[in-house]
Design a protein around this ligand. Structure first.
Ligand SMILES: *[C@@H]1O[C@H](CO)[C@@H](O)[C@H](O)[C@H]1NC(C)=O
Ligand SMILES: *[C@@H]1O[C@H](CO)[C@@H](O)[C@H](O)[C@H]1NC(C)=O
Ligand SMILES: *[C@@H]1O[C@H](CO)[C@@H](O)[C@H](O)[C@H]1NC(C)=O
Ligand SMILES: *[C@@H]1O[C@H](CO)[C@@H](O)[C@H](O)[C@H]1NC(C)=O
Ligand SMILES: *[C@@H]1O[C@H](CO)[C@@H](O)[C@H](O)[C@H]1NC(C)=O
Ligand SMILES: *[C@@H]1O[C@H](CO)[C@@H](O)[C@H](O)[C@H]1NC(C)=O
Ligand SMILES: [Fe+2]
Length: 431
């Protein structure tokens, strides 16, 4: 063969190798969409793919043969200095209820595919008032830490992986990667940390929907890196609030990092969502979550109850009435790096107990293991406390039992053991 042709082939193969490595899917994450018969998958590539594609099927398949359903997605660019690479996102549609799907993502035109993952859909149209048992995890303030330090997300992720077959949904209630922490001050956020975090949760998020709401450490660059990366079932791309139903439970996630003042678009949206759901489901469970708590008692500015910070007063004033008016059963948050739960409480007053709640029960679970460490010092107990509060790392498990009972457990990371548990009976608040 002519040596020029050999040289040409050599160069071509080399370039094409470099190129294919750059479009290998990373950070694969599932999330719900606004349609119950869909599942969205989002992944990262260093370079732009030609045709970002998801292949999915109820049968195991070989991507090469392409015998499965195909959906072409879209490519989203970071339009910000310091962040590059591409976010690829595609939707799997017309899914059947209670069915296991196999899928892989990649580039159809280059025939490059991830390994095959699977997920299972829920029972989309539960008969009216019917609740089908399932388990979902809640945790906040996780982040990614270099190495395997004891105070680390590694434990949360490993413990969740050990329970992956018992869990159907994951909720990360803000302060996601802590990419704004270790950075030179001229940079908006560190993409290495942002991406390493997503890779570390991939074994979980490629199998289970990973739902988020933003925390203060996700606010860099006007939250644009957050909103592009975490494709949630929102109405508009710029919104960070959404709701969805799963096996008869109504979940509402909102943003404590946006305007929540009455008449703001978020406040109006939350009220409409709760009102609409309650109209047709007077006895249905509502579980709400956001980054910042309404009730917490570590010694730290946001949680100070002696001299409540102005911003928290406004938060309570703006939103607490809605939780009461629409009978929100459970509210889960992070932000304080601690775990505690309250008795049913409204405007600082105890309202019944977990067997007959007359107001929302609040749980703080900002114990994912972030780089800042835990908040260790507690204020004297507030009247609404259950006495259960701890500063060790861990995560919550919400076990949905039926239409009248929810079970909550807190798992300590150190030994992957349940160290707190309670049952919540469905309450009817008196308005
Ligand atoms: C991949 O993207 C980088 C910038 O992120 C660019 O410099 C490089 O040329 C791209 N490579 C290919 C093969 O497109
Ligand atoms: C589905 O994925 C889970 C989690 O990765 C795995 O443990 C399980 O073996 C997979 N199931 C099948 C049938 O491949
Ligand atoms: C980003 O974080 C990584 C991992 O901690 C670190 O090695 C790197 O120096 C940081 N990059 C910048 C630009 O600070
Ligand atoms: C729900 O489960 C609880 C706890 O097992 C049980 O006491 C209750 O009777 C159940 N309620 C219904 C409506 O099945
Ligand atoms: C697990 O660790 C927690 C926190 O240190 C401790 O309170 C609990 O007793 C331990 N449980 C078991 C079964 O080891
Ligand atoms: C919650 O209810 C279940 C089912 O009735 C029961 O087995 C469990 O012991 C209860 N847990 C607590 C902490 O009361
Ligand atoms: Fe926070």
């Amino acid at each position: 063969m002519d040596k020029f042709i050999i040289l040409f082939l050599f160069l071509f193969l080399n370039i094409s190798n470099v190129f294919t490595e750059n479009v290998i899917p990373e950070s694969i994450k599932l999330a719900f969409t606004k349609s119950k018969d869909q599942m969205r998958v989002t992944w990262y590539t260093i370079n732009e793919t030609k045709a970002p594609t998801v292949l999915f099927s109820t049968e195991m398949f070989e991507p090469i043969q392409d015998s499965s359903f195909t959906s072409i997605g879209e490519i989203i660019s970071y339009d910000t200095i310091g962040f590059d690479g591409k976010i690829n996102t595609a939707v799997m549609s017309s899914l059947s209820p209670s069915t296991m799907y196999f899928y892989c993502v990649g580039d159809k035109s280059l025939n490059i595919w991830s390994s095959i993952f699977n997920f299972t859909t829920n029972q989309f149209d539960a008969p009216f008032g019917k609740v089908i048992p399932f388990t979902t995890s809640f945790f906040g303030d996780m982040g990614w830490i270099e190495g395997d330090s004891l105070n680390s997300d590694v434990y949360t992720v490993d413990n969740l992986i050990s329970r992956i077959n018992e869990i159907q949904i994951l909720h990360h209630v803000g302060d996601i990667a802590y990419a704004d922490k270790q950075k030179p001050y001229n940079l908006p956020g560190n993409q290495t940390i942002w991406n390493k975090f997503q890779n570390s949760i991939s074994p979980l998020s490629s199998h289970l929907p990973y739902l988020t709401c933003p925390g203060n450490h996700d606010r860099f660059i006007d939250l644009s890196v957050y909103t592009k990366t975490w494709q949630m079932p929102v109405d508009f791309e710029s919104d960070s609030w959404y709701s969805y139903d799963y096996n008869g439970i109504h979940f509402v996630g909102f943003s404590s990092e946006h305007d929540y003042f009455p008449l703001s678009s978020q406040h109006t949206w939350i009220e409409n969502d709760l009102k609409q759901y309650r109209k047709s489901n007077p006895n249905g469970w509502i579980v709400m979550y956001s980054h910042r708590p309404f009730y917490c008692s570590v010694v730290w500015d946001w949680c100070s109850n002696i001299d409540v910070v102005e911003s928290k007063k406004i938060y309570l004033w703006s939103l607490e009435d809605l939780l009461y008016k629409y009978n929100v059963d459970l509210f889960i948050s992070g932000h304080a790096h601690s775990y505690e739960r309250t008795l049913p409480v409204f405007k600082n007053k105890i309202m019944g107990d977990v067997e007959s709640p007359k107001a929302t029960v609040h749980i703080v679970v900002g114990t994912g293991g972030d780089v800042e460490g835990e908040d260790m010092i507690w204020q004297p107990s507030q009247q609404w406390t259950t006495g259960l509060r701890t500063s060790i790392n861990g995560f919550g498990l919400l076990n949905v039992i039926n239409s009248t009972t929810l079970n909550w457990q807190f798992v300590a990371n150190i030994n992957n053991t349940i160290i707190d548990e309670f049952n919540l009976t469905k309450g009817q608040f008196d308005f």
